[in-house]
Structure formats: C-alpha cells, structure tokens
Design a protein around this ligand. Structure first.
Ligand code: BT5
Length: 255
C-alpha cells in the first residue's frame, strides 16, 4: 500500500488520522515490543512536541508527522547520532521527491533558505547503559501555504510546497525516506558513524560559521569547527578554547 522497497524500515506503518503525538504512541508501542522499523504516521497531531517540552505545529493534511522505532544494540551515548542519521535521510528524500536542496543545521533542523522545514526529536528507552529502543520523531512541513502557519512561526518556518511551487506527494516522501534511512542504518551497523558523518557534512550549513549555542547551562559564542567522530559539535570560543556541545539550540550569526 505504501509502495515501500525496504526490508525493515516502515514495516509496518501504523497510520492515524488524528493523534495527540505520534511520539507518545510510538513509545507505547515500543514498550509493548513493537518490532524495529515500525513507523507511527499521522495526518494531524493535536499535541505535537519538540525538544524541551516545546510544541510542534502539525496542521492536518499538510505535513509528515511520524515516529520511527529502531532497536540498535548500542551504548546510550550514541543515541544522538540518530538525529544526524535521520536528518541525512530526510534531506535526501527532499532532494529526490521535491527537487529542493535543504541544509542541515546541527543538531536537528532542516532549513530551506534559512527557514525551518523539518525538525527531528530523538528519544530513547534504555537499560544499564544500553539502548532498548530509539524513537525518532520527524516533522516535515510539506504542503503548507504561507497562511497555514501560525503568526509565531511565519518568519521562521517554511514548507516544501512554498519552495517547489507545487504540492509534493507525501507518500512518495515517506517511501523515499524509508529507503534512504534503511541504507544509512545498514551502513551505520556495519561501518559505524564515520560514513554517515561524511554524508552529513555535505548538507551541513552551520560549519565554519560563527554561531551562538544556547544550552540549559548557558550560552557560548564562537566558530563551529565541525562535528567529531561521535557527532558532537566542536565550538571554538574567542579565547581559542574548544567546547564539546552535546545538545543546544544554534543560532547562526549574521555578518
Ligand atoms: C524539533 O524540536 O524541531 C523537533 C520536532 C519533532 C516533531 C515530530 S512530528 C512527529 C513526532 N511526534 C511529535 O510529537 N514530535 C515529533 P525543537 O528543536 O525543540 O523545535 C521546536 C520549535 O520549532 C518550536 O518551539 C517552534 O519555535 C518551532 N516550530 C514548531 N512547529 C514548527 C513547524 N511545524 N515548522 C517549523 N518550526 C516549528
């Protein structure tokens, strides 16, 4: 029905018209033994969430609101790498299906012309430092027109249709994402994060630039040097000191 060419990813896809959050449902399924590759997909979310209990605007019929369950046997510290892996998968699917060139802003945003078109939320269930399940929430603004966004998002959000000048078939995007993600994931399981990192770098927009990293502990300004072999952001402040950033909101400074 979904026309998938994958072996595991998107098998099955559990589709709902309206849910509070696909992330919440995926957590429940994962706790009840859902198999790796299961996707929860919804046409509308009434309580879509971002990081740090922020909201995610998920208008009915306009986007892809989905959560993917995977079960790699890895240490918990590696789980954030899946935000980067998923971002590469989404970027590739957008190129293929919409013919657009999105940029990835570390760690979890995809941008088109500086505006957010996709956000990713990676959460996990673990036991004794090992991952039991990773739940990757992905929100892609697909067929919104400018007026479909609430006022608070008008200046910072965009959709694929706005840039492509036409509606984009959502099922094709899901298919393409599943295939790309499965290939990346297989590569990751065989060869580790390095090949994913190399691909990620071809899409990255914040590297080499002056940025501001806002964290719970405070803000650091400096130059983004790149990511290390674990996916951690390296930020050099004006005194030359290099900070390892595990999670933050990044603002690219305009010159
Ligand atoms: C994210 O958080 O970007 C992660 C978003 C993950 C959403 C997916 S949808 C399927 C799954 N189920 C869920 O419930 N969630 C996941 P963060 O980096 O914290 O960004 C959140 C911020 O992005 C908000 O505070 C807004 O400023 C902005 N925002 C909200 N909705 C948006 C939208 N549709 N498009 C662009 N920006 C948005």
């Amino acid at each position: 029905y979904w026309g998938l060419e994958t072996k595991r990813i998107g098998r099955p896809i559990r589709f709902f018209e309206t849910v509070d959050s696909t992330q919440k449902i995926a957590h429940e399924l994962a706790a009840n033994g859902a198999e790796e590759g299961t996707i929860v997909l919804a046409d509308e979310q009434t309580m879509g969430r971002g990081r740090l209990s922020r909201g995610w605007h998920s208008k009915k019929g306009k986007g892809i609101w989905m959560s993917l369950i995977i079960r790699p046997d890895i240490a918990v510290q590696k789980a954030p790498q899946f935000t980067l892996l998923a971002a590469v998968g989404v970027a590739g699917a957008i190129e293929d299906v919409a013919g657009l060139s999105p940029k990835i802003k570390w760690p979890n945003d995809l941008l088109i012309e500086g505006k957010k078109v996709c956000g990713i939320l990676t959460e996990m269930v673990s036991q004794e430092n090992r991952v039991l399940a990773i739940i990757i929430g992905i929100g892609i603004n697909v067929n919104h027109r400018p007026g479909d966004f609430p006022d608070a998002l008008k200046d910072k959000a965009t959709s694929l249709a706005i840039h492509a000048g036409k509606e984009i078939p959502r099922a094709k995007l899901v298919q393409s994402f599943c295939l790309k993600f499965e290939r990346l994931y297989d590569t990751y399981l065989k060869a580790g994060f390095l090949p994913v990192k190399t691909l990620w770098e071809t899409y990255a927009c914040s590297i080499g630039q002056r940025i501001e990293a806002r964290m719970v502990q405070g803000t650091i300004r400096g130059k983004a040097l790149g990511i290390d072999e674990e996916g951690v952001l390296l930020l050099q402040d004006d005194s030359g000191r290099i900070h390892h950033i595990y999670s933050a909101d990044i603002e690219i400074e305009k010159d």
